[in-house]
Write a protein that binds this ligand. Sequence first.
Ligand code: ADP
Length: 188
Amino acid sequence: MNLILFGPPGAGKGTQAEVLINKYKIVQISTGDMLREEVKLGTELGKAAKSIMDKGDLVSDEIIISMIEKRIIKPDCKNGFILDGFPRTLKQAIDLDNILNKLDIHIDKVIEIDVDEDVLLKRITKRALESKISRDDDNSEILKNRILVYKKDTLPVLEYYKNLNKLLSIDGMQNVEDVSKDIQKILT
Ligand code: ADP
């Protein structure tokens, strides 16, 4: 089973991905995590990405696509994967389709976790305060930019999947368990 988890920063994509990878024995492919790993390792890519991520802007489509292209052909993806935080622009969505077509892989479902903007701000501010491993981009000014970027660059991706009849929306304002239950219902 190949899924895309879609939603604004703070919607709970990571939390739900965790539940799904355990249940379906599939892998999570989070472009955010992959980029943070590159930053940690101090690679050229990581150095280029860090200043962009710290502003809450998007890393270039070329970098992201080449990362995904390499990741998706790894053997552990055979059993299925969840894309988390990707695609985030229309260009990424179209390039992804081309990559998957060549590999004869298909996305089964695109699940949108829908959450109101004021709740997002509260959640992420809380995450920033409580987190032991602090993320440089979890502060309110940058978060506001991440939400703006989401609306401008990423919402068109939602329309794209809606038009392809692949999009399923979940009410992300519920507690974690109920969001999980709704996702299960969609997948069974
Ligand atoms: P969140 O889930 O909180 O939105 P992520 O962990 O997915 O954040 O991503 C953190 C940052 O990494 C983004 O703000 C952006 O700079 C960069 N990033 C992650 N995924 C992508 C992507 N698909 N395209 C461009 N930039 C990305």
